[in-house]
Structures are given as structure tokens and as C-alpha cells.
Design a protein around this ligand. Structure first.
Ligand SMILES: Cc1ncc(C[n+]2csc(CCOP(=O)(O)OP(=O)(O)O)c2C)c(N)n1
Ligand SMILES: [Mg+2]
Length: 274
């Protein structure tokens, strides 16, 4: 096996990437490609990637050697839903940023999750609007210095996992970029159709240019810090509110197998015809 075995899933000419030096998005591509490899997927012709606009939306397009749609900012989940309804035989994977999926496109995410739509949704939470140069986003932690919050963010951030847990989504997980193995295993789990319906994975991957550098840290130092501060969700639950400060709970928060929208719709139309 070639040491660069995952390159088979990338388009030729895809390297070097457009990402900033040290950007964690490369780690996400790597985990995804290794997941495909370990699942024994040789060609990506049964997969469609959908993304909006943002640095994270560049993860599938143009790098991954599969059909992909780069939609309007915020509309990836809506377009992905349309593709899935037209071609239920394809696995449709949305990859988007915190601005894309939780700000301008949050309504689409909520309703796709409410319907348990048969989609994989990967939220790359880099804590800012990276592509537009580091403005605060709905997930920017309180106190974080950004170009629009030069004295620290005073707003409360939203918690994507809590939001998804209030919906009907079958699979809800969060990993930090320091959890490479767990992230890869999560990708394998959601792509192997062990679970159907809406499968949501949040990846906390702070923007190295507009968050990590502003903290005076290198990408390597930050990833070591995340390895300490991202703790298993059960450990987190056992801690006092004071001990939880600055910690991020990670793990698979929900793993169910309820029928998704398309299954329920088929059953409904059979009943209606009957
Ligand atoms: C309709 C629309 N509104 C605003 C923009 C400008 N815009 C482009 S990318 C972006 C934010 C990207 O942030 P995020 O989704 O978090 O992705 P990141 O770059 O951080 O990965 C914005 C506001 C746009 N392209 N289209
Ligand atoms: Mg972002």
C-alpha cells in the first residue's frame, strides 16, 4: 500500500491546497479519506458532496474526486435535500462552516434534522467566519478576540450538539480536531449506513489564522491544548460547573436508527395509494 494511499480520492492537481499553512481542514480531509479507505470504498461515485461558501466548504470542492455542488452560502442543506429526494440511491454529504450551517443556513439544518432527512452533515466549527477574515460567528466563545469583537466576544455562543439533540436526528457527535481516530471512526460509522436518517458530526477546529494566531499560539500548540480540553462527554457530565469551564465535551451523543424522511414518505405514499 502506498504511503499516500488516500490520494486516490483526491483530484489530480488538488495539492497544494488553498488553506492557510497549518489549517486543520487538511486533517479533516485526511480522516475522511482514511475512513473511505478502511471501509473498502474504491470509487466515490455513490457519494455527492454539497457545500456552501467558506473555507470549510472548500474541503470537498475542488479536492475530493467525487461529484460535488458548491452552492450559495447557507443553502447547502437545502440543495442536499433536493439531491437526496431526486436520487435516494446516492449518499449525500454536506460539509459546511459554523457561519454556513448555524447562521445564514441554520433554518435548513434544523428542519432537515427535524425530518431526520437521510443526509450526513459535517459542521466544521472553526469558531469564526474564516473566509471573510475572521468575524465573530454564532459559535465564537465568550471573550474570544476577533476582528469584530476586538475586546472579546460578549455574546453567548450556541451549542450545535444541544440544538441537534432537540431534533429528530438519528446520529449526533462532536469531536475536536485532536480526536483524529474517533473522528475517522465516526465518519466510518455514518458512511457505512449503520445508522440512517440525519447524521450530524461537529468538528471543533479553531481557525488557525483568526483564532489561534490571535491567541498567540501555533497550530501545534493549540492542538495539544485541545487534546487536554476536549473531554469525553461522560467525564464532562460528572464534573462541577466550575470544573467544566473551558472544557469541551466530545463523543457520540445520540445513536439511533429511526426511519428517515424518505422511508417514512414511501410508507405514507403506499398507504395513501392503498
Ligand atoms: C448570501 C451570502 N452572504 C454572505 C456571504 C459572504 N460570506 C462568504 S463566506 C462567509 C462566512 C464563512 O464562514 P463559515 O461558514 O463559518 O466558513 P469558514 O470560512 O469559517 O470555514 C460569508 C459571510 C456570501 N458569500 N453569500
Ligand atoms: Mg467558520
Amino acid at each position: 500500500m502506498s504511503p499516500h494511499f488516500s490520494l486516490q480520492y483526491l483530484r489530480s492537481g488538488a495539492l497544494p491546497t488553498a488553506f492557510c499553512p497549518g489549517c486543520y481542514n487538511g486533517i479533516i480531509i485526511n480522516a475522511l479519506m482514511k475512513a473511505f479507505r478502511e471501509l473498502g470504498v474504491t470509487k466515490l461515485d455513490r457519494y455527492v458532496f454539497v457545500s456552501g461558501i467558506g473555507c470549510s466548504s472548500w474541503i470537498p470542492n475542488p479536492y475530493i474526486r467525487a461529484d460535488s455542488v458548491h452552492t450559495l452560502h447557507g443553502r447547502a442543506v437545502a440543495v442536499a435535500t433536493g439531491i437526496k429526494l431526486a436520487r435516494p440511491d446516492l449518499e449525500v454529504i454536506v460539509i459546511g462552516g459554523d457561519g454556513d450551517l448555524l447562521s445564514i443556513g441554520c433554518n435548513h439544518l434544523i428542519h432537515a434534522a427535524r425530518r431526520n432527512m437521510e443526509l450526513v452533515v459535517v459542521l466544521v466549527n472553526n469558531l469564526v467566519l474564516g473566509m471573510t477574515r475572521g468575524q465573530a460567528s454564532p459559535t465564537t466563545p465568550q471573550g474570544t478576540r476577533t476582528v469584530t469583537t476586538p475586546f472579546g466576544n460578549f455574546e453567548e455562543p450556541m451549542n450545535a450538539v444541544s440544538l441537534l439533540m432537540s431534533t429528530n436526528a438519528n446520529y449526533v457527535a462532536r469531536w475536536c480536531i485532536s480526536n483524529f481516530e474517533q473522528l475517522k471512526e465516526s465518519f466510518k460509522e455514518v458512511l457505512s449506513k449503520v445508522t440512517k436518517g440525519l447524521r450530524f458530526i461537529e468538528i471543533v477546529a479553531p481557525c488557525v489564522t483568526y483564532v489561534v494566531r490571535y491567541e498567540g499560539k501555533t497550530p501545534g500548540e493549540k492542538i495539544k491544548e485541545l487534546a487536554r480540553t476536549c473531554v469525553d462527554k461522560d467525564t464532562y457530565a460528572s464534573l462541577s460547573p466550575k470544573e467544566r469551564r473551558d472544557l469541551i465535551p466530545v463523543g457520540v451523543f445520540r445513536r439511533e436508527n429511526k426511519p428517515g424522511f424518505i422511508d417514512r414518505y414511501r410508507e405514507y405514499s403506499t398507504r395513501a395509494r392503498g
